[in-house]
Design a protein around this ligand. Sequence first.
Ligand code: SIN
Length: 287
Amino acid sequence: MLDIKPTGAALGAEIRGIDLSQPMAEATLRAIEHALHEHEVIFFRGQRIGPEQHVAFSGRFGELEKHIRVECCKPGFPEIFVVSNVIENGKPIGTQDAGLFWHSDLAYMARPSRGSLFYAHEVPHDDAGKPLGDTMFASTTAAWRALPEDLKRIVAGRRAVTSYAKGYYRDRNSGPRPPLTEAQKARTPDVEHPIMRTHPYTKKPCLFVNEGYTTRIVDLPPEESGRVLDLLFEHVSRPEFVYRHQWQEGDFLIWDNCSTQHRAVFDYALPQRRRMERTTLTGTAPF
Ligand code: SIN
């Protein structure tokens, strides 16, 4: 029913012939959801929608998050998190350096996000017209399947700690960030998640540690924990598990935050403008 063109990489597919500004039948929505589970990252090119439509379409997949960095949310739309290097009236309009490290969205919450819906408003280009600011996606299902048996044995049944503060304070492109407020800290205590997480819909095993937010493996000595995490971080981002998305203005991309991780490529700077908007689906506790 859908016109689906896989990228040829370990994950990712383009879905053609869909206009997100038009009403969508429930059967089409379910087919898109099925494609997301199968391909882990899906995208529609050439879309023209406003923020109300972005929120409404996203909301058909489930509850939406309101990011704790309220200063990065679109005025009037607390469900839209702005990812941009644009400065207006002396102030950044959104987060300037999201995705500097491999991560999945809200991995640091007790209920990490199910998926994110990302709309490209402005894409930077080089002088020759080549798009910059790509996003790389890694399949955590493919990474788990290919994990060497000795590593699988070490991490079997183990949990790892994720920390929002770790990701928040790491070296940033745009300089240091203000300290987290007490309210932000209260909403983001460190949490433990299984290293091998079962996908809530497909039931596939996913490697669920990431260099952005995972700090240590529970009940392993610090040195051993650091060594194993480094191996896992290196493994999940190997080229054979990665799809690199080159953005076009009007791209609307959905990624699954359990079966993928992502990382932004920072190869542009003002006056090359990048302006993206994201909604983030609430997820369920990993098991
Ligand atoms: C993100 O990590 O949500 C942003 C990714 C990007 O800007 O490419």
